[in-house]
Design a protein around this ligand. Structure first.
Ligand SMILES: [Zn+2]
Length: 591
């Protein structure tokens, strides 16, 4: 492809509506244009990346036994309005305003599909009557529509995006387990081939037939997901779930309670500085409201309360914590709680006390005296207060101890790039999708769903692989492999050699973007770096004087001169090497 003919334009200046990160780079390098909030067009360069990612995904899904279909974006709304037998909410209610809704000319309610569980269940049940028809893996690479309230971060959160969604159908848990493991392997292959650094987070309820899921998190500075990983044993978990060992202080005997005057010490750090004591000697108490109950959450002062963990702990204890919130000043007054000076001391049964195990491994804590400007020293469990719920309600942190191996946990940031999930019988029960076993007994189909955001993956690769000059594509998904930069094209020799090289490379199926414009060397080099093709080839008066043409990998600083003659073959070899070697220089297993 000749740059002079390519439908695109690079932007030298940062656009005024730039969101930074992938959005700025893809916009400036001419891969995308925004039509309106969260809705993008993909220019030829962007489309080529999408096609390459899609092809990798397709190969891996097919290898795992997947069959590709195309399901409708436009769907009747009634399939979204089935109410589960337990009376829970419908999917339309669950999605709420995120679901794009419209009416057709006959007044029938329709939606634009944000996902395809409903359609695929209806489709699948036409063909899966017997255990002999199973398993089945059905997938599509398709546009999805979601009316996100705040589209942001370029292609990371858009209202229209391209997704690969695969759905598995099995007869029993064992079969579902096999489908699920196949997908986990396929996902590892996809992300490795796309040059991503990622971690896998297992979220397993542990129960037989539980809703196992795995999240694939690509590590990025700007990522919105926080996770903790152990470099020693490989343990990885979201901050909402990560477990850690509560450090054990030096043993000491329990001593008598003692009230102390602590003016203006509402915050833990103020109190620690005033007394002075380490924050780990203080009880941190925060008052929440869950349904009609007051909840005192108590952790050691050096830890943070994790509201997600707290919510789950309350749910497990049968407390409705759907709308858990910090107590308002009015509610605090109603519960006669003195802000900054409260604690589990002297609390009646009306107040639910949820405590973190960190309070079991220490002694002689300082806790609020439940009156203005006073704390109590040497507070000990169970001598001085009661606890209704001992649960892990504190956030793990950088450097915390791993519960699996005793190693150190490290905090990482990332973006979810894929998710695999055991659905079980949720949708088959909703639609009556059943099969007959060998004895002729009817059972609901067991399903799993497995998603990869294709356009999101493209954005995450850019987030991970760029420098101050532009994008650094891996060979596997680069829009073209080679940036052929022709300089001194007004000179006959330069022009002839460059044009010949372009023809020769095209003839051996090397994908070349040939900058044939009459621009300065500076403009051409800047554009080549911004677009980020993995191999740059320069033909110029200077390179010819130095004995040939100049080759430089986008990921490296140094260039080298290769002599003329067999040049196209040399470059072809370089490209093949780049395609077969992983982005980190590791060889991708033969396929
Ligand atoms: Zn570990």
């Amino acid at each position: 492809m000749r740059v002079s003919r390519l439908l695109t334009e690079t932007l030298r200046e940062v656009p005024h509506d730039s969101e930074g990160g992938n959005q700025e780079l893809l916009l400036r390098a001419g891969f995308i244009r925004q039509l309106t909030s969260g809705i993008y067009s993909f220019l030829p360069l962007g489309n080529r990346v999408i096609q390459k990612i899609s092809q990798i995904v397709r190969e891996e899904m097919n290898r795992a036994g997947g069959q590709e279909v195309i399901m409708p974006i436009l769907q009747p709304k009634d399939i979204w309005e089935k109410r589960p037998a337990n009376g829970g909410s419908t999917r339309a209610e669950g999605y709420g305003p995120v679901l794009f809704s419209l009416q057709d000319r006959k007044g029938r309610d329709m939606v634009l599909g944000p996902t395809h569980e409903e359609v695929v269940t209806l489709l699948g049940m036409e063909f899966m009557h017997s255990y002999r028809d199973l398993p089945q893996l059905i997938y599509q690479i398709q546009v999805k529509e979601r009316d996100e309230p705040r589209p942001r971060s370029g292609l990371l959160r858009t209202r229209e995006f391209i997704m690969k969604d695969l759905y598995s159908f099995d007869a029993d848990q064992e079969g579902l387990g096999i489908s699920y493991r196949k997908m986990a392997e396929a996902y590892n292959n996809v992300f490795t081939r796309c040059g991503l650094h990622f971690i896998v987070i297992h979220a397993d309820s542990g129960a037989i037939g539980g809703k196992a899921s795995q999240e694939f998190i690509a590590l990025t500075e700007a990522g919105e997901d926080d996770a903790l990983i152990c470099n020693t044993c490989g343990y990885a978990a979201n901050i909402e779930k990560a477990e850690f060992v509560r450090s054990e202080p030096m043993p000491e005997p329990e001593t008598a309670l003692e009230e102390v005057y602590t003016p203006n010490c509402k915050a833990i750090i103020e109190l620690a500085a005033f007394l002075p004591i380490p924050t780990a000697k203080i009880m941190k108490t925060v008052c929440y409201v869950a349904g009609d109950r007051f909840v005192l959450a108590v952790v050691r002062g050096d830890l943070e309360i994790n509201e997600v963990k707290l919510t789950h702990a309350l749910h497990r204890a049968g407390v409705d914590a759907t709308h858990l919130h910090l107590a308002t000043p009015e509610e605090l007054e109603q519960a006669r709680i003195v802000t900054g000076y409260t604690s589990p001391l002297d609390k009646d049964e009306q107040v639910l006390i949820a405590a973190d195990p960190s309070l079991k491994v220490g002694k002689n804590f300082v806790a609020g005296a439940n009156k203005q400007d006073y704390h109590v020293k040497n507070v000990n469990y169970p001598r001085d207060f009661r606890v209704d719920l001992w649960e892990d309600i504190a956030s793990a942190y950088e450097g915390a101890t791993c519960t699996q191996c005793g190693g150190r946990l490290h905090m990482v940031h990332g973006s979810e790039v894929g998710h695999i999930f055991k659905l079980g019988t949720k949708y088959s029960e909703l639609f009556g999708a059943t099969y007959l076993d060998a004895e002729g007994v009817s059972h609901p189909l067991l399903m799993g769903c497995y998603g990869i955001g294709i356009t999101r993956l493209m954005a995450i690769v850019v987030e991970q692989r760029h420098d101050e000059k532009g994008i650094i594509w891996p060979f596997s998904i680069a829009p073209y492999h080679v940036a052929l930069v022709g300089l001194d094209l007004d000179k006959e020799e330069s022009r002839r050699i460059t044009e010949q090289l372009y023809t020769d490379l095209t003839a051996v199926n090397v994908e070349v973007l040939y900058d044939d414009r009459m621009e300065t060397a500076g403009v051409k080099f800047n554009d080549a770096d911004l677009i980020g093709l993995p191999l740059r080839v320069v033909v110029s008066k200077r390179s010819l004087k130095n004995g040939g043409i100049e080759l430089k990998l986008r990921s490296e600083r140094e260039s080298r001169i290769v002599p003329l003659g067999g040049t196209a073959q040399r470059i072809q070899e370089e490209v093949l090497k780049g395609l077969t070697q992983g982005p980190g220089g590791h060889t991708v297993s033969s396929r």
